[in-house]
Design a protein around this ligand. Structure first.
Ligand SMILES: Nc1ncnc2c1ncn2[C@@H]1O[C@H](COP(=O)(O)OP(=O)(O)O)[C@@H](O)[C@H]1O
Ligand SMILES: [Mg+2]
Length: 840
């Protein structure tokens, strides 16, 4: 039994309970007891617990009990928030207990130590005032013995042990006390008291009759608690180890710094700063750049490496130190070697090649004189002034070799090559860069390219200068002017670098499809070298000598593994391409080579000789065929010749009539000049109606509509005048135009034909389109000499002074017989298909 000293001596409750053990048959439990409601706990039998009592009613109860038998029933509340808990708030089962000690705190709270004795069921509440009393009935637990009980006990002990290992909230005494007990019943109650659980669970354990059930419930609670704690611990260690790593690294780094300092070595930042200084010294920058660079290094060394500005400055210094301030490639100035290189890369283009060689010869001379001495230098100063300012500009349709000529020049000189397309460059900053104050600022394209090739004297091709834009973002062409001007480009100032860079050693070359969209000040700096489209024979030669060998190589074939018959090449040129240059041709040849390469790789063929008949096997159905004859079968359609930035092209002029009052409609996005020339054509045809055999009476009651198809493409210029007059005459005479006739020429109101430009491109286009006869203004006769021989031999040219001469050819008055003959001679797939359909 427990011996309890007098009241008012509250000792450590833990100590008090230690080693106490209630034996069976403790003090007898009276039939009626005062009932002390417990707010947030349940006191279990065979356990000792300190309690604080605050409510006046409860204090009164304690006061009364301690002067009597000290026995009380402790009952947990179902509803802990009840203000004045009554019978309905209490559970029906509680624990009979003895109050061992009592101490009153200054604030009126009474601390007691209670010892649970036995479960009691409250059968009836006998009073509620001044505190509750009730009739009680002892409810002893049911304790079975046996293996199962032993197992349950062991599991409970084991789990509790683990729990204790994991948690810090259990006092050691309680633990050893609990683990030392041999009574399963006491074990259950002690563990239940010591383990964190819901009030309701603890009550449930109290209410279970069998000790084994109590233990089972406990095991469940314990397992969960252990799991939660273990998980928590794991999370904690994970977090901790992560933090420790960072901390450790930090500490180590600091130590390293200290050690390095001790050893007289530098930290990373110091190393970086020192290396940058060395690079600046080695870069050979001009004075201003070097000063700026050293100033920035100074700033860098005083910034913490983590600062955002640190990396900005480092990037800037990277640009400064990486630029080839002094790096030049040595020029190869052997003119005959240069000639060889140009010939190796390009077929013909004699005039252009000559000009390039001349240009190189002047450079060579200048360099030699410069080495010979300043006096001689002065003697050639005029050459220098004259030549240095000149920038070559290759103008011509796409795919005629403008870009690749630039590459050849670089190769001939042994210089690096840069190609920078200016197509769609709208913003000055693209050329000249953004100021460093912008976030993510970068140098412009010029400086970027120079850094990339790593020399300051590359051949720099500014491709497509005619496509340079100009809008609210500033005018890139003014920046370009500065780049190209030898007076200024010695000190070219990129916005990002903000120090001058010398571009005077760069050899700039420009290209364009058309001249008129190049800003005039730019054009004035350039020497224009015109390249025109190729005729079929030239294309065959280029393909044979350049394109095929290159495509064979690029597709991993040997020269003997694929051959193209000439007929095949011509078929590809005629039916699979429609271009002034040879770009598409090269692509088609590449496609054939890939197919052959596949066959060779698969082992299905060792060699392919591509014939004209086999072309569709490689390239599929031909996308182009001669549509001219078909289009001009009805009256009112004439074939004009046009000049476009992509080379020449044919242009159908369509006229149609309807009832009306001499109205005239023009469609097809025609420009002002072209509309006027259409008006002139109509006026002329009207005025000559009689001579042309047109019903004048009918003319008065007609509306006429003239349309130039491909309506999305803007067209302008006077050179379609003859074709428009012919279309109108054909419409009104109701006689179709001879099918293989093309024409160009300006027309006056009196029917004179005036010369026009672009004859070579136009005739080449007519040739490509399969036309056989071309009417040209007589005054363009001398342009015919520019045409390749095969074209001249293939076609018939009619030189005219007056539009009636065109009509004669068109409507067969004098040339009719010949025209008809030509028509029957023509063989081409489109027409054959047409005939087949017509007869079928
Ligand atoms: N006269 C030529 N001789 C050999 N190859 C040529 C010739 N003209 C053009 N090419 C080739 O045609 C292709 C397209 O030429 P490219 O220089 O890109 O044309 P562009 O710059 O005029 O549009 C290149 O592979 C080029 O080598
Ligand atoms: Mg090009």
């Amino acid at each position: 039994m427990l011996g309890f000293p007098g009241l008012g001596q509250l000792k450590d409750p833990g100590k008090t309970g230690q080693g106490d053990k209630t034996e069976e048959g403790g003090p007898a439990i009276p039939a009626e007891l005062p009932i002390l409601p417990l707010k947030n706990t349940a006191v279990l039998p065979l356990t000792v617990l300190p309690l604080a009592v605050q409510k006046p009613r409860s204090v009164r109860l304690v006061d009364d009990v301690v002067v009597a038998d000290r026995m009380v029933a402790l009952v947990a509340l179902k509803n802990p928030d009840a203000e004045e808990p009554g019978p309905q708030d209490a559970y029906g089962m509680g624990t009979a207990a003895i109050i061992h000690r009592m101490a009153r705190a200054p604030d009126g709270t009474v601390h007691i130590i209670v010892q649970g004795l036995e479960r009691v069921r409250i059968t009836e509440f006998t009073q509620t005032e001044p505190y509750m009393r009730g009739k009680v009935e002892a409810a002893p637990d049911v304790l079975e013995e046996g293996v199962e009980m032993e197992a349950l006990v062991r599991s409970t002990v084991e789990l509790f042990r683990r729990l204790v290992g994991l948690s810090a909230y259990l006092p050691e005494e309680v633990v050893s006390n609990t683990l030392n007990t041999e009574d399963p019943r006491q074990l259950a109650y002690l563990v239940a008291t010591s383990t964190r659980m819901e009030m309701a669970t603890r009550q449930e354990i109290l209410e279970l009759d069998r000790v084994s059930d109590k233990l089972r419930k406990l095991i469940a609670v314990l397992s969960r608690e252990v799991d939660v704690l273990e998980l928590g611990k794991k999370i904690q260690t994970d977090v901790q180890s992560g933090m420790e790593k960072v901390q450790r690294e930090y500490v180590l780094r600091e130590q390293l710094k200290a050690i390095k300092k001790e050893l007289g070595e530098e930290d990373e930042q110091a190393v970086e700063v020192r290396e940058l200084r060395q690079k600046i010294e080695a870069a050979g920058m001009p004075e201003e750049a070097k000063k700026e660079a050293l100033r920035e290094v100074e700033r860098l060394s005083s910034l913490p490496t983590a600062a955002a500005e640190y990396s900005v400055i480092r990037t800037y210094l990277g640009w400064l130190t990486d630029l080839p301030w002094q790096v030049n490639t040595k020029d190869k100035l052997d003119i005959s070697a240069a000639r060889r290189v140009l010939d190796e890369d390009h077929h013909d283009l004699e005039r252009i090649k000559e000009r390039i060689l001349e240009y190189l010869a002047v450079r060579k001379l200048r360099q030699e004189r410069a080495q010979a001495g300043t006096e001689a230098m002065q003697a050639v100063d005029h050459i220098r002034r004259e030549r240095e300012g000149v920038i070559l500009c290759f103008v011509g349709p796409p795919g005629v070799g403008k870009t690749s000529l630039g590459q050849s020049i670089a190769r001939a000189l042994g210089r690096q090559f840069i190609r920078q397309s200016l197509g769609g460059v709208h913003d000055e900053a693209e050329i000249r860069g953004h100021r460093r104050t912008y976030i993510g600022a970068m140098p412009g394209r010029i400086i970027q390219a120079i850094r990339r090739v790593g020399s300051r004297n590359p051949v720099f091709m500014l491709d497509e200068v005619d496509k340079i834009g100009n809008d609210f973002r500033g005018d890139p062409s003014s920046a370009l002017l500065e780049v190209l001007d030898p007076e200024q480009n010695r000190e070219f100032r990129d916005n990002y670098l903000d120090v001058p860079f010398d571009l005077s050693q760069v050899m700039f070359i420009t290209t364009a499809n058309v001249l008129d969209t190049i800003p005039a000040p730019l054009r004035d700096r350039m020497e224009i070298l015109q390249l025109s489209g190729y005729a079929e024979d030239e294309k065959v030669a280029i393909a044979t000598n350049y394109l095929i060998p290159r495509q064979v190589r690029e597709n991993g074939l040997r020269a003997d593994e694929v051959t193209f018959e000439e007929g095949a090449l011509r078929r590809i040129i005629r039916e699979y391409t429609r271009e002034a240059g040879v770009r598409e041709l090269e692509r088609q040849i590449g496609m054939v080579c890939r197919k052959v390469a596949t066959h060779v790789a698969e082992g299905t063929a060792q060699h392919a000789a591509v014939s004209a008949e086999a072309v569709p096997d490689y390239l599929g159905k031909a996308p182009y065929y001669y549509e001219v004859v078909e289009r001009t079968q009805i009256p009112g359609v004439a074939t004009g010749l046009a000049w476009t930035p992509a080379g020449g092209d044919i242009l159908f002029i369509e006229a149609t009539k309807m009832k009306g009052h001499q109205g005239f409609t023009l469609t097809g996005q025609l420009g002002e000049v072209m509309r006027e020339s259409a008006q002139a054509a109509l006026s002329y045809v009207r005025s000559k109606a009689k001579e042309l055999g047109i019903d004048e009476e009918a003319l008065a009651h007609l509306d006429i509509h003239l349309h130039v198809p491909a309506g999305a493409v803007p067209k302008d210029g006077p050179s379609a005048g003859v074709a428009m007059a012919t279309a109108l005459a054909s419409l009104l005479k109701n006689v179709p135009v001879q099918g293989e006739l093309g024409m160009t020429g300006e027309i006056t109101l009196r029917g004179q034909v005036l010369p026009v430009g672009g004859i070579k491109e136009k005739v080449l286009a007519a040739h490509r389109a399969g036309l056989k006869v071309v009417c040209l203004p007589r005054r363009n006769e001398r342009d015919l000499s520019e045409l390749p021989e095969d074209v001249r031999n293939d076609m018939k040219f009619v030189l005219v002074d007056r539009v009636e001469q065109v009509f004669d050819v068109a409507f067969g008055n004098s040339e009719g017989h010949k025209g008809a003959q030509i028509q029957t001679e023509q063989k081409q797939p489109g027409r054959q298909g047409e005939n087949g359909m017509a007869s079928g």
